[in-house]
Design a protein around this ligand. Structure first.
Ligand SMILES: Cc1ncc(COP(=O)(O)O)c(C=O)c1O
Length: 389
């Protein structure tokens, strides 16, 4: 529609346009490429989960759920966290069911960050953190993880803290690098934040996908950090249902009070039938306890299949992702290589530069192994055919 008197809109995010993810998605669809780009699984979820949602719908659980979530589900979430990490969250005041982890992140930043505040986060990073911070009138402060091990340089964090620092955003296991926090990272973070007002927002959507028998070093494992942390997780990632948009966050009551105020006006509540289904499904702890082995097999298959490819894989300690280095065989920039992989070899990946605000090009591409075995095989075969340039 053409307006006769055009209304001007002053963009709050003028530099946010079509992301590389959309560009890759479109190009990949045009070329019918094998999709190793997205973090979404391409295999089905447990049919019992679908049956549980169907039962909930048929039992007419189709109206608004309680604002902070269905109590039986919140009880299960609190129990799981207590059993796995030894932290106690009050079911009524410290657990919130959200419509996806993304909404949990938005509600936490929206509720706790004020105009003029600074929020430290690490790049490469999941794409939503910095724009959400900017929408609050606050300043995102990016610190680059070291390359190629994608670790935090804690001295840089110390140097970046100012009286305006309100929040530090952590993501472990890390998308896109597949790296995880160690006990020593937690100790450093605790030392840096002690005697400050800094809140930690910990994105732990891949909490159950930590490999090689290692524990997940999340904020709930460290009592001193748990006291100042909002922890966000995703049912979508844990149960192969990224399209259902259900997640949760936990936080001490004083922080949660403010997060709930935003959640209340953003969503009011998350999907009701899905909450009934998850409450039932969470009776079986194997559903999350078996997840690391499930994805570790996929990581290992991918590593074996790519052993004869020209790429050098970086180690992945968790998440759905592997990084592949091509610096030794081509000096084209990562987004050009990714486009060429789609057009010439029929396989879609993501350039790591897409996860940096300044487009840093480390000659690395991200592969998702959250795919069925046929897709992993077809994708790896295509990558093995790549000719060095
Ligand atoms: C690190 C990270 N955080 C948050 C999300 C979003 O999770 P959800 O789909 O539950 O919104 C993703 C999804 O890819 C992710 O990789």
């Amino acid at each position: 529609m053409t307006l006769r008197t055009p209304v001007t809109s002053r963009s709050k995010l003028p530099d946010v346009g079509t992301t590389i993810f959309t560009v890759i998605g479109q190009l990949s669809a045009q070329h019918n490429a094998i999709n190793l780009s997205q973090g979404a699984p391409n295999f089905p979820c447990d049919p019992q989960l679908v049956a549980a949602v169907t039962r909930a719908m048929e039992a007419d659980h189709n109206q608004y759920a309680p604002m902070t979530g269905l109590r039986p589900l919140k009880v299960k979430i609190a129990q799981k966290i207590a059993e796995l990490y030894g932290a106690d969250y009050d079911v009524d005041n410290e657990v919130l069911v959200t419509a996806s982890a993304s909404q949990g992140l938005y509600s936490a930043i929206g509720g706790l960050v004020h105009p003029g505040d600074e929020v430290i986060y690490f790049e490469p990073s999941f794409d939503s953190y910095a724009p959400i911070v900017r929408l609050q009138g606050a300043t995102p402060v990016a610190i680059k993880l070291t390359v190629p091990d994608f670790a935090v340089n804690w001295d840089e964090v110390r140097a970046a803290i100012t009286p305006r620092t309100r929040m530090i955003i952590i993501n472990t296991p890390h998308n896109p690098s597949g790296q995880v926090f160690s006990a020593s990272d937690l100790a450093q973070l605790a030392q840096i934040t002690r005697h400050t007002d800094i809140v930690i927002l910990s994105d732990e959507v891949y909490e159950h996908v930590v490999f090689d028998g290692q524990p997940h070093h999340g904020m709930a494992t460290h009592p001193q950090l748990a006291e100042r942390s909002v922890i966000v997780s995703s049912f979508g990632k844990t149960y192969h249902v990224t399209g259902w948009r259900v997640g949760y966050c936990v936080a001490p009551a004083a922080l949660m009070d403010e997060i709930v105020k935003v959640h209340q006006f953003l969503m009011f509540s998350a999907d009701t039938p899905m909450q009934y289904a998850f409450a039932e499904h969470m009776n079986d702890a194997q559903t999350w306890l078996s997840l690391a082995a499930f994805y570790q097999r996929k990581r290992d298959v991918m590593q074996t299949l790519l052993a004869d490819s020209p790429f050098r894989l970086l180690p992945s300690a968790g998440s759905f992702f592997l990084l592949a280095d091509y610096s030794h065989f081509s000096d084209e920039c990562d987004s050009e290589l990714v486009k060429r992989l789609i057009t010439d070899y029929g396989v879609a990946t993501i350039p790591l530069s897409a996860f940096y605000t300044d487009g840093t090009d480390n000659k690395l591409i991200r592969l998702s192994f959250a795919k069925d075995e046929a897709t992993l095989r077809a994708g790896a075969q295509a990558l093995c055919r790549v000719k060095p340039r």
